[in-house]
Design a protein around this ligand. Structure first.
Ligand SMILES: CC(C)=CCC/C(C)=C/CC/C(C)=C/C=C/C(C)=C/C=C/C=C(C)/C=C/C=C(C)/C=C/C=C(C)/C=C/CC(C)(C)O
Ligand code: SAM
Length: 375
């Protein structure tokens, strides 16, 4: 299957100096020359190494996956151990895993032939939700085993089943499934909330409605930073139990009003002068996004504000997290799309919003933000 590739189509003559240069660097003889010539040697080595990393990235990811599955980042955090001290695998195989992890900067080797988690490795379990995200990549990984099928949209992807809620309020999700999704979403929300709140300003707002607010983690963070703000959460009825439980557990049961409902079928309740859509738009197709933005516009009073925060594509400057990871992730989910700040700004303008701001993301792999006002 993988080997019967279509024959590449070459233009009879390359277009412009770029085309000529591309042809040149694609010639083995030029590569051999450039690897020796003093002025091109360094760049040639760097390109070779970058190409090797792209080619082997899936192996690196799986080394990280094995470390997380065996909990080695934590087990080797405080005290160095030798591979023979870790009975999970035959000593030689454990040594191989730990050497690979060392090569990837996740472990360090001590003088006594032992291994200890590196600073980078030690940070990973401390990033909220990251180890569970890495574990759930087993699903995404199986989908990505056939990237062309994902691109053609012809694969019944596993991710589409893992996040079944996106198919709408009438999809009959079992509460257990809704709970499983809510926990992973909630764990991974902490960084997004922190990043969003550093890039936005809710001073002067009286009431915030978080649409698609999940179990309320974003509102928990908002509540701390804005003690005077009234808070409301709208999400599908299936998610309400998880939201009620979390908010009560954090003493916010009375402060946050819950609105069960679907923004596909129900009107967004009015009364809030600020609304947020955190990691919501990228789950949905363009038509749903446009209808949702129009609904939000209608529900806000004049001067009301909207905050949108989610991982975004780079637009004119494609980035790895948005244009590679999240673009393929949402493609495998088969319902939405990672959009750029510029595209979201355009859709907001079409919906009637003004004062649109697209602050430069500090950590695009966590989230990017777009804010707007109703005139
Ligand atoms: C004091 C001395 C001597 C040294 C100290 C040196 C020092 C300061 C070292 C730094 C160590 C440190 C503190 C590191 C911190 C690192 C952090 C905070 C890293 C954070 C990384 C976050 C990552 C990689 C986040 C990834 C998020 C992902 C993959 C999210 C995926 C979300 C998905 C798939 C959501 C899907 C939802 C859906 C369904 C599409 O809607
Ligand atoms: C990716 S989650 C994000 C949750 C939360 N905002 C966060 O960032 O952790 C998307 C949320 O949108 C909600 N959602 C999906 N379709 C919806 C709909 N039609 N009406 C209301 N909420 C919906 C989901 O239930 C889910 O909680």
């Amino acid at each position: 299957m993988a080997f019967d590739q279509p024959t590449p189509v070459h233009a009879p003559t390359p277009q412009g100096w770029r085309g000529r240069l591309n042809r040149l660097v694609g010639r083995p003889a030029f590569q051999a020359w450039a690897a020796r010539f003093p002025l091109t040697r360094r760049r040639t080595r760097a390109e070779g190494s970058a190409i090797f990393d792209l080619m082997s990235g899936f192996v690196y990811s799986q080394v990280l996956f094995a470390l997380v599955e065996l909990d080695l980042l934590i087990r080797l955090r405080d005290t160095p151990l030798a591979s023979g001290d870790l009975p999970d695998l035959p000593a030689q195989r454990m040594e191989a895993l730990l050497l690979a992890a060392t090569a990837l900067g996740l472990m360090r080797r001590t003088s006594g032939e032992k291994f200890q988690t590196s600073l980078r490795g030690a940070a990973i379990p401390g990033v909220p939700g990251l180890t569970d995200m890495i574990r759930h990549h087993a699903i995404f990984y199986r989908d990505m085993a056939d990237p062309l099928a994902v691109l053609r949209g012809e694969k019944d992807t596993e991710l589409a089943h893992f996040w079944p809620y996106v198919f709408g309020a009438d999809s009959g999700i079992a509460p257990a499934d809704a709970g499983r999704y809510s926990q992973l979403m909630a764990d991974s929300q902490a960084l997004v909330a922190m990043e969003t709140l550093t890039q936005t300003d809710l001073r002067g707002a009286a009431k915030l409605m978080d649409i698609g607010g999940g179990s309320g983690v974003f509102l928990q963070h908002v509540a701390q930073q804005y003690p005077e703000l009234s808070l409301e959460l709208m999400d599908l009825p299936q998610v309400m139990d998880a939201a009620r439980a979390r908010l009560a557990q954090h003493g916010l049961g009375a402060r946050v009003a819950l609105h069960p409902g679907s923004f596909r079928d129900d009107a967004i309740p009015g009364g809030a002068d600020a609304m947020s859509l955190i990691r919501v738009l990228y789950d949905h197709d363009d038509a749903t996004v446009d209808t949702l933005l129009a609904q939000v516009f209608a529900a806000l009073p004049a001067g009301g504000r909207l905050i949108i925060s989610e991982p975004m594509a780079g637009g004119a400057h494609p980035n790895r997290s948005g244009d590679a990871y999240f673009a393929f992730y949402t493609m495998a989910m088969r319902t939405g799309r990672a959009r750029s700040q510029a595209e979201i700004a355009q859709r907001l303008t079409r919906a009637g919003f003004t004062g649109i701001q697209t602050p430069r993301p500090a950590r695009a792999f966590v989230t990017s933000v777009v804010t707007a006002r109703k005139p």
